[in-house]
Write a protein that binds this ligand. Structure first.
Ligand SMILES: Cc1ncc(COP(=O)(O)O)c(C=O)c1O
Length: 363
C-alpha cells in the first residue's frame, strides 16, 4: 500500500527527541530537564484545577496567565500568546509567517527542530555556520538573514550553551522578516532578559521572544510555553493556534509557577552552582568545556570517543546526550560532543564516579 502522504512528509526523516528511559534508577542528564520538582504551589494549583470544572473548555485566552506573564516581562497582556510547550510556539510562528519556498535561517549547530518544522511547511533552510568559538561571520550572516522570512536564534544556544549579546542578535534581523529569539534557557543566563529586545527600537518590533515552563520552572511534563511580541503580531498568531491549545490543568500550573519566582530562583541558583562544579571537574578528565549560561554544558573529549563514552555511561544507567552535527561546511567538518544537563549534586557525583572509570577504559 502506498500511503498518500504529502511529498515533504514522505521525504523528511522527522525530529528525534532525546531518550526517555523506562524504569527506575536512571541518572537522566540528556534532555535539559530541571532536576528539582516544581513549586508546591504549582502542585496545589494542579489539584485545584483537577477538582474544578473539567467538563467545560478552558479559558481559550488563558487570561490570568497572560496577566501574570505580562507583568513579569513589563508588557501588556496582549503581548503574550500561550502555547502547549515552546515547541508549539515555534510551530505557530512558522505557520503564521512562512509560505512554501520561503527561507528560514538559524545558527548552526543549534536546535535542529527548526529544520523539521521548515520541512513540514515546505520551507527552505539556511544554516548560519558558527565558528569554533560559536560566533558567525557578520557578512555571511547578513547575506543569509537579510532575505530570510524568519531567523531563529536560541539564546543561550543549545547545545553550545553560549549567549549572544543584543548587538550580535541584531545582526541576524531579516530585512523584512521576523527574528525569533528562543529563550528556552533564558532564566539560566548570567543576567536574564525580561523582554528587553521587545522595547529596543533597533529591532523594529519584528522580534518574537519565546519562553518555556519546561526548564527553569521544572514543568517539562506539563507542556506550557508562551510567545511575547507586539500585539499586532500576537493577533495574527492567534488565528493560527488551536483555540484551546492549552488545557486548564497546564494553564493553572503555569500561572502558579510564574507567581512563585522565589522557588524558580532558588532552583536556578542551585543549578548554576552545580554547573560551575561540572565545568571545573571535566577538564582534569581530558574534556574541554565551553562556557555555559544554560542548564547544561557542552563538552568534547581529547580522544574524540564521545559515542563510546555515551554508551558506557548508559551501561551504568547514566544518560547524557551524544550529539553529532554532520554536514557543516567543508571548512568546519563534523562537530560532535556530549551535552550534559546539570543535575542535582548527588546525580553529578554518580556521573563523575562513572566517568572516571569510563574515560580510563574507553579513551
Ligand atoms: C532551544 C529550545 N527551544 C525550545 C525547546 C522546547 O521546549 P518545550 O519543552 O517548551 O517544548 C527546547 C527544548 O528542549 C529547546 O532546547
Amino acid at each position: 500500500m502506498k500511503i498518500p502522504f504529502r511529498h515533504s512528509i514522505q521525504q523528511m526523516s522527522g525530529y528525534v527527541s532525546g531518550e526517555q528511559p523506562q524504569g527506575d534508577g536512571w541518572v537522566k542528564l540528556n534532555t535539559n530537564e530541571n532536576p528539582y520538582p516544581p513549586s508546591p504551589k504549582v502542585v496545589a494549583a494542579i489539584n485545584n484545577a483537577a477538582n474544578g470544572r473539567l467538563n467545560v473548555y478552558p479559558d481559550a485566552l488563558a487570561t490570568e496567565f497572560r496577566h501574570v506573564a505580562a507583568e513579569l516581562f513589563g508588557v501588556g497582556p496582549d503581548w503574550i500568546l500561550p502555547a502547549n510547550g515552546s515547541d508549539e510556539n515555534l510551530t505557530i510562528i512558522i505557520r503564521s509567517f512562512c509560505d512554501p519556498n520561503d527561507t528560514i535561517a538559524y545558527p548552526y549547530p543549534s536546535y535542529v527542530l527548526y529544520e523539521s518544522l521548515a520541512a513540514i511547511q515546505d520551507c527552505r533552510v539556511q544554516r548560519i555556520q558558527l565558528s569554533d568559538s560559536f560566533h558567525w561571520d557578520v557578512e555571511a550572516a547578513r547575506n543569509i538573514c537579510g532575505p530570510s522570512r524568519i531567523v531563529f536564534a536560541p539564546n543561550p544556544n543549545s547545545p553550545t550553551g553560549n549567549r549572544w549579546t543584543d548587538e550580535q542578535l541584531h545582526q541576524l534581523l531579516p530585512d523584512a522578516g521576523m527574528l525569533v529569539v528562543d529563550e528556552a534557557y533564558g532564566d539560566f543566563a548570567d543576567s536574564p532578559h525580561r523582554g528587553e529586545l521587545l522595547r529596543d527600537d533597533r529591532f523594529d518590533r519584528r522580534v518574537i521572544v519565546t519562553r518555556t515552563l519546561s526548564k527553569s520552572y521544572s514543568l517539562a511534563g506539563i507542556r506550557f510555553g508562551f510567545s511575547i511580541a507586539d500585539p499586532e503580531i500576537t493577533a495574527g498568531m492567534h488565528k493560527v493556534r488551536d483555540s484551546y491549545n492549552c488545557d486548564a490543568i497546564a494553564t493553572a500550573a503555569a500561572t502558579a509557577a510564574l507567581q512563585d519566582q522565589d522557588w524558580m530562583l532558588e532552583n536556578r541558583a542551585k543549578i548554576t552552582r552545580t554547573r560551575q562544579r561540572i565545568m571545573a571537574e571535566l577538564p582534569p578528565l581530558g574534556f574541554t568545556v565551553s562556557p555555559s549560561e544554560a542548564n547544561f554544558v557542552w563538552t568534547v573529549h581529547d580522544s574524540g570517543r564521545h559515542k563510546q563514552i555515551h554508551e558506557q555511561l548508559k551501561r551504568n544507567r547514566i544518560l547524557v546526550r551524544f550529539m553529532q552535527f554532520a554536514d557543516a561546511d567543508a571548512e568546519h567538518g563534523t562537530l560532535e560532543g556530549l551535552r550534559i544537563t546539570v543535575g542535582t549534586d548527588e546525580e553529578v557525583d554518580k556521573l563523575f564516579d562513572a566517568l572516571k572509570n569510563v574515560v580510563a577504559t574507553v579513551c
